[in-house]
Design a protein around this ligand. Structure first.
Ligand code: MOS
Length: 762
């Protein structure tokens, strides 16, 4: 069941926005024609393979590639020595900044292997079999070192040290010794200690989560070719080919203009494809071998060597009055960053209390390096983890007060005009409306049976804007092409076509959306931060408006009237000059057909830096039933309400909401990185790392609440990330109610639930 709330302004006056045309890329995807990262074949192409560290932490004493290079069919071997050493430099990738020195060392290890799976060498050969054989012939001499993966263990003063150059940032004075604590983040308002001491009711808890992977179905893959004159071609699957271009240029010390990146179709990213792993290595191999090189990861490599998100510890104390006014909140977050600094603990701090109006708070976050893969962005990076702690604590408070969990959240909830904990003042947010929609939903009134529980949780995500380019070209037959630089991950081709069609006054099917390579469209930040429909969409709207202006000029010329006497309505130029009252309208097709005589091709390109992304709020309701014999959790019903601004293509908004919930349920119930005593991942495959499949989930009910964003021409807000924020807590609170024990350590896998039930009975 799904519905758009009846708002007076919902859908008002739109012909195409809010409709549900079939996605333009759908046919190719369901028939298998779509070309993903591994699909490109180039003449003379070699196969690359990467040799990876078997140790979680080890000094690399030497690499001897002579035997591998002597194997017939092997064309090149590269190691860290083939890459320049970079200075520490933060580069904005579009979602989170990346340190280029760390990125380069993550791509290919230098003096140390920092996690199991860290790349230490790569080979290119004429066949996969020869490349595999060559990997075994590369001799790496290691000195194994003690390792640390648990976040609190890594914070201890005597923990094995990953980086001798790492001194904690964010402290009052620079520490005298290096440590694994990369950074302290802090957000403070009011006097939390006094407010907690004065509170009539307090709750407190300690919650933990494990590292989980984004779990995209398509492994990382690329083909790269460097010609003898240094011109580079890269074809790869990523969330942003301009990001790939920037990072390849940095890692290999090349000029951006010498690299052309073509986006392959992308089979899922969820934040995990906002960085590079393979592309610079493929270019280095291509340079050494003098031929194009393809690199494709196995699923095992994806798990061991690409970004999971952090495992974390979240400590929460809440103070409130007896009538349920939250007066104080103290939140401490400790996040695994993996092998290099940069966990999403900063955004976890910023989002932790963003749904609440709390006068006194202290939020402290610790970014901690560990001997595990460097974390990568994962959908609303950090927010699901902090929300798991905060929402679990709010659930405890509601139960302690005997309050309705939705009403308690509404009473203390963010409203327009509130200065958010992370700084800005909220405007045009739809949080209260979203809570109300959840409260009104029939699922909230379904009676619960034995062993069943119900959890409520809310979530926030900023959504971002940023730099985007779009071009709209009118063809000679009056159809249009809309060109952007953003890979289509969640249906953005459809939303771009819809927005251009709305402005042009034509059908969505008359607009062909194209994702162009880095040489064929202006710069565009990557597809992430739920920015594409908002920011790139704004560029599309502005470009289409320029095209309409031009069409009106052409019509004015044909009619010999001032352009002010021409209107554009329903895809036609209308003459407003009363003296020419019977002038028939000129259609887009008619104007396009005579464009050569009226000034040439009709097209426009707009580059902008979009500001004013509306933040997203989600409120979720989850009903579960726990089997007390096995500890298995069945999700009975799941209801997701969200302020979506304006749903440009409602089916893909619902899809984002359902997808976020599915991933969040997996995170809550089953998914986790499991390491052995040597720090090697034990479950690097989808058999042992269990993501939810269709049979694990009910139909996820969605309610799109439309509170339009005044800063977007059609009111769009980002929708892709907020829906993964509440599920961890919603599921955990439901399970806690079902078994009568507060479950604070994810995942809630059957053995843990059985143990909790046994401990309660004992
Ligand atoms: Mo980002 S986690 O790719 O929106």
């Amino acid at each position: 069941m799904s519905d758009v709330l009846d708002r007076p302004d919902a859908g008002a006056g739109f012909a195409v926005v809010g409709t549900r045309p079939v996605r333009p890329d759908g046919f190719d995807k369901v028939t298998g024609r779509a070309a993903f990262g591994a699909d490109l074949v180039m003449p003379g192409m070699l196969t690359g393979r990467i040799k990876r560290s078997p140790h979680a932490h080890a000094r690399i004493l030497g690499i001897d590639a002579r035997k591998a290079l002597a194997l017939p069919g092997v064309k090149a071997v590269v190691t860290g020595a083939d890459f320049p050493d970079l200075a520490s430099e933060l580069v904005e990738g579009g979602e989170a900044a990346s340190n280029m020195r760390d990125l380069a060392v993550n791509v290919m290890a230098r003096d140390k292997a920092l996690y199991e799976g860290h790349a230490v060498a790569a080979v290119a050969a004429i066949s996969p079999a020869i490349a595999e054989a060559a990997l075994d012939l590369i001799e790496v001499t290691y000195e194994p070192l003690p390792h640390v993966i648990d976040v609190e263990a890594a914070m201890a003063p005597d923990a094995p040290l990953l980086h001798a150059h790492l001194f904690t940032e964010g402290l009052e004075s620079r520490p005298t010794l290096p440590s694994n604590i990369a950074k302290k983040h802090q957000f403070v308002r009011g006097d939390v200690d006094a407010a907690l001491a004065a509170a009539e009711v307090t709750v407190e808890g300690r919650y933990t989560t494990k590292a989980v992977h984004q779990g995209y179905i398509e492994p990382h893959a690329c083909v790269a070719a460097m010609s003898p004159d240094g011109q580079c071609q890269v074809w790869s699957s990523s969330q942003g080919h301009f990001m790939v271009r920037t990072y390849c240029a940095k890692v290999l010390a090349l000029d951006i203009s010498d690299i052309r990146v073509t986006p392959a179709e992308i089979g899922g990213g969820f934040g995990g494809k906002t960085t590079v792993y393979l592309e610079p290595v493929a270019l280095a191999l291509s340079r050494a071998a003098g031929a194009p090189v393809k690199l494709v990861m196995s699923r095992d490599e994806v798990f061991r060597a690409t970004g999971p998100t952090s495992g974390g510890v979240i400590e929460v104390k809440l103070g409130a009055t007896r009538d349920g006014t939250i007066t104080a909140a103290e939140v401490t977050l400790k996040f695994q960053a993996g092998a290099f600094p940069g966990s999403p603990v900063g955004t976890a701090c910023m989002t932790a209390l963003a749904c609440y109006d709390v006068p006194n708070f202290r939020i402290v976050g610790w970014d901690v390096v560990t001997n595990s893969p460097k974390v990568a962005a994962y959908r609303a990076p950090g927010a699901p983890i902090s929300a798991f702690g905060v929402e679990s604590a709010v659930d405890q408070l509601a139960r302690k007060l005997g309050a309705d969990p939705i009403e308690l959240r509404a009473k203390n909830g963010a409203r327009n005009g509130l200065k958010a904990p992370y700084g800005p003042t909220f405007q045009a947010i739809g949080y209260q409306e979203t809570l109300q929609a959840l409260k009104d939903h029939p699922n909230y009134a379904v009676p619960l049976g034995p062993n069943q529980g119900r959890g409520v949780a809310v979530g926030f995500w900023f959504n971002v804007g940023g730099e985007s380019t779009a071009a709209v070209h009118v063809g000679e037959d009056g159809t249009a092409t809309v060109v952007t630089g953003n890979p289509d991950i969640g249906g953005s081709r459809a939303s771009m076509a819809i927005m251009a069609a709305e402005v042009l006054g034509v059908a969505a099917e008359d607009v062909r959306p194209v994702v162009a390579d880095t040489a064929s469209i202006g710069y565009s930040m990557l597809t992430g931060g739920s920015r594409t429909t908002f920011a790139t969409g704004m560029a599309v709207v502005r470009a289409a408006e320029k095209v309409v202006d031009e069409l009106k000029r052409r019509a004015a010329g044909i009619w010999s009237v001032p352009v002010e006497q021409v209107a554009w309505q329903g895809g036609k130029a209308i003459c407003l000059d009363p003296a020419k009252g019977d002038t028939p309208p000129l259609t887009l097709k008619g104007l396009a057909g005579q464009s050569a005589r009226t000034g040439g091709p009709i097209s426009a390109e707009v580059s902008l830096n979009a500001q004013g992304a509306g933040p997203g709020f989600a409120a979720h309701l989850c009903d579960v039933e726990v089997d007390p014999e096995t500890g298995h959790v069945k999700v009975l019903r799941y209801t997701a309400a969200q302020d979506v601004g304006r749903a440009i293509h409602p089916a893909y908004v619902e899809g984002q909401m359902q997808g976020g919930v599915a991933q969040g349920v997996g995170w809550a119930l089953n998914e986790e990185y499991i390491f052995d005593a040597e720090g090697r991942m034990e479950n690097a495959g989808f058999l042992d790392y269990r993501v939810p499949v269709a049979s694990d989930l009910p139909m996820i009910d969605t309610v799109m609440v439309e509170v339009p964003n005044p800063r977007h021409p059609f009111g769009a807000k980002g929708v892709g990330e907020a829906p993964i924020v509440p599920p961890l807590a919603a599921v955990a609170s439901a399970v806690s109610q079902a078994i009568g024990v507060r479950m604070a350590d994810l995942p809630l896998s059957p053995p843990k639930i059985r143990a909790a039930i046994d401990a309660k009975g004992a």
